[in-house]
Design a protein around this ligand. Sequence first.
Ligand code: 7GP
Length: 841
Amino acid sequence: EIAKWNPKALDLWEKFAVPENDDKESFQSSFVRHVTSTLARSVYNIDNFSAYQATAHTVRDRLIKRWNDTQQAHAEVGPKRVYYLSLEFLLGRSLDNALLNLGLKESYGEGVEDLGFRMEDVLDQEVDAALGNGGLGRLAACYMDSLATLDYPAWGYGLRYTYGIFQQRLNDGFQVEFPDYWLNFDNPWELPRLDVVIDIYFGGSVSKYTDNNGRVRAIWEGGEPIQAVAYDVPIPGYGTKNCINIRLWSSKPKRKFDLKHFNEGQYEKAVQAQMEAENITAVLYPNDNHMVGKELRLKQQYFWVAASLADIVRRFKKSEKPISDFPKQVAIQLNDTHPTLAIVELQRILVDVEGLEWDDAWDIVTDTFAFTNHTILPEAMEKWPVPVLTYLLPRHMQIIFDINLFFLQSVEKKYPDDRDLLARLSIIEESSPQFVRMAHLAIVGSHRVNGVAELHSNLIKTTIFKDFVKFFGQEKFQNKTNGITPRRWLHQANPKLSDLITEKLGNKDWLKDLFKLKQLEKYVDDPDFKKRWVAVKGSNKARLADYIKKQTGISVNSNALFDIQVKRIHEYKRQFMNILSVIHRYNLLKKMTPKQRKETVPRVVIFGGKAAPGYYIAKLVIKLINSVADVVNKDLSIEDTLKVVFIPDYNVSVAEIIVPASDISQHISTAGTEASGTSNMKFVLNGGLILGTVDGANIEIHEEIGDENIFMFGNLADKVEDLRHAHRYRNKQMDPALKAVLDDIESGHFGDPRIFVPLINTLTIGKDYYLLSDDFGSYLRAQDMVDEAYKDKDEWAKKSILCTARMGKFSSDRAIKEYAESIWNVEPIPVEEVREHKLHE
Ligand code: 7GP
């Protein structure tokens, strides 16, 4: 207010504002100031890590400015906001990304060099923010980048885990897990909001009372509160001043100390409550595509959605609009079923706290929420025991029963006497104990439900959610094919290719409109361009070869075909089939004459990925890969025609080195099991071809890039059930090539074969659920086609260019626009325009 009234003060505020158009010098002055004042160091005791911190703090200052301006603009306009609720945000590193999105990379790079450092080394000091498992968490991060870039008034809500996804190391070829204590040093990418604190209750009891209008109402009085403290993570858009927010909640005890116990001399008991409160956000559950029914996980979920909803409702109330306007101001997207309790919590707030009638409240709730499903794997479907919910959240359990009752009554009305239908649709599974089916609750409480690729969206409509489609109709069920951000996955990860593209297209517009890459097609037959394209790929392969040497000690030939499969280790993703085909290849190479070997294409087969700590079979796959690598890499007789590498601790920043370096990457899930996949998009965008099954987004990538530029194989999704049936009841013959490979393992060729018995049993006793045997033959044939195609370097280069050129569809910008237009109904709010407008007022 003072600034407004006093022009002199206003001038001062302007003069000393954080600079908007930064240059080398303003960077250096801020850098030195942060070294001196923030880090308490000097030129005599500063290392690369301190240089990283000083640079990060300088960028942080700029981010905070933009973040504030953005929030202020939103507050002025009062638009409908979208809230993305995700239990995982797999952000990776922030410094490089922020420098590029803010357009500061060049000036700061020069600035830091003058001061005696190399930007590359500085960037390399940062630890990943690894608050996610895999696809679902990384998708959330890409979506936040697009929401910011497209100027949408959006917020992310998540948890600030003290321990992110574990670090993976190898011991004798076995995975061992180490805690990821990522907050060991200060984290410049968050703003602690110790003033934004919300009390969260568990347990307690529900009582009934009669209100002034004579209606019976419920009131929940929870037990001891736990505090949710907000930590805000600014997310800058590319080429815009907008900077949005991810709000992560951290748990802490409300009362510091239990005085009663303390006075009784029970010190341990006194601190116990404190520790239990802090436990809630201590650790990310390390399971991908798999539900583990731990009570602490359920507490995490409620803690997070209750804090987020309290925050959202508080912000809505500031607008002073009537509560019936809530869905006009608020869209909430549920990233899978993890935040489903938000539906129940909003209903509770509207009915119990705001005093609305049930039906009016329920209309608001369903108009507000939309739900994305990310998997059809049965073991990933969330369900919670009714008894556990009843004692942790007694009022919520009542509300769930009421939601179910009213829902089933409406089903009964439309389809009288179809009791099987009622049982199939019910939110409650009538087992003993009973369970709450979270996906059912999410569907009933949302106005839109979507899958993440065409095939997946069709499959959920015809399988797991079939009865819901029958009841609610088709319109409620949509497809939103996933996308990835080209800023991180091309511009940042592959600077050489980005420069080449920008030079050819004449500007960087393609980074905001990825369909512009189409213009590259003009140059597919330009020999000079092709040569440069191939040189970029070569240098990215050399960079990866260096990384492999450093991490594993293995030397690989960068002229070989780089064949990569990096993703979480899971039976449905079939890394097992890949390593079995490597053994097959190795045995062929050994039988060849030197002349024949000379004519074959040398390969480096690269694996990476974490197995959930309790996933025994997945861990055996890692061990088998390493055992095969040990034998193959030592065998001089095959003359460097084959190398096998397992890169440890695959994560986002490692992916940024791996993705630009592929010739071929593998996406070989059993048809119908991989909902979409997103790394497939990243590899192809970087000019890598793919070898894949007819599954997930592979299908749409194929549609875009054309038959000649992709290697597809395997049985189709609609055959899977019949094939499984045949394995179960007809003792299907195993593919002979596969049988030979298994015999080779059992002979002890790759170390003590007893270790691998349970793994091999999945194909025999286990009836080969993921159909390796059925796809093995066509997989080997597809591999041969890859080898053949790679021999024609010129044609391969052409394919590579066409891959990149045709990836426009897979930008997360396209995906986010589709969500905004057909689910959320939100509009962009460009901060700069709002500020201009204000100046003219
Ligand atoms: C993954 C899917 O497995 C992957 O195919 C998809 O690309 C990704 O989500 C993003 O949509 N699912 C998970 O990561 C997961 O854990 C269960 O889903 C909740």
